[in-house]
Design a protein around this ligand. Sequence first.
Ligand code: R5P
Length: 296
Amino acid sequence: MAEKLVLAGPASRDLGRAIAERLGAPLLKSEFKVFPDGESKFSSDARVAGKNVIIVQSTYPPADMHLFQLLLASHHLSQEGAKITAVVPYLAYARQDKEFLPGEAVTLGVVAHLMRSVGVRRLVTVDIHSAVGLSLFSFPVYSVSAIPALVEYSRSELGLRDPVVVSPDLGGSTRTDAFAQLYGTALLQLSKTRDRVTGGVKLRDAKLEVRGKDVLIVDDIVSTGGTICAAAEAVRAQGARRVVAVCIHGLFVEDALRNLQDAGVETIVVTNTVPGEFCKVDVSEAIVSHLKTLDD
Ligand code: R5P
């Protein structure tokens, strides 16, 4: 069996260390530098020929910089003879998995192409936005689910009374359905439309049985918070008692946090695919269980 080494990239230092510890694999010594003009540099003199190197690097904002750091490290280490597995807990560009408006680039396809060209042999991510994205990769790609861990946390830590799961978006209903089934509660569905030019979010009117209930709004990504805010306002207006947002990837860009609070979201639960103060659920165990199933 080839020796395994873990590189904890600058975007995922803690998660990378946790993964190395759970795998019982040493951390690879390396240096990432960003010059004052924004250029990145990677160096490592580790001997990696014939070894399995697992590079853990999430690609949350600044997405392009984090992605480029992953590409630099992958290229350098694969040139040195390592077999590269990229663990990218939050996969940037996963929402650009098709041409939504005529003339748009399918950016996730470009990401897949770049990864392959720098020697990435396989990719492990967490709850990819849509299964459509998996088909854009010409090498093995695996999406590990954080839903069981989020359900366990929500059950044991949130003290909810008469809970019900609300999906803000038809696109994410497979994920929310899995959450509701594991939790053992009803799933209520909202339907969102997004203006593809302005990015604005609108929900179709829907009557939901939420009066007096505690509502878990479950989604994959919270970015500007527009989606969760619209759903929170809708369930609040229909008499929900408490509103909790449970998401995999917490980007919280712009005024997301203030807007979520203003919309009546009482608690936010996200995983550590993106580090931050609302990370309540660790994905290292799910990732490592999957890594252990992969061949050399
Ligand atoms: C979109 O389809 C995703 O599932 C999320 O709902 C979306 O990316 C969240 O973005 P925002 O927080 O900006 O509304």
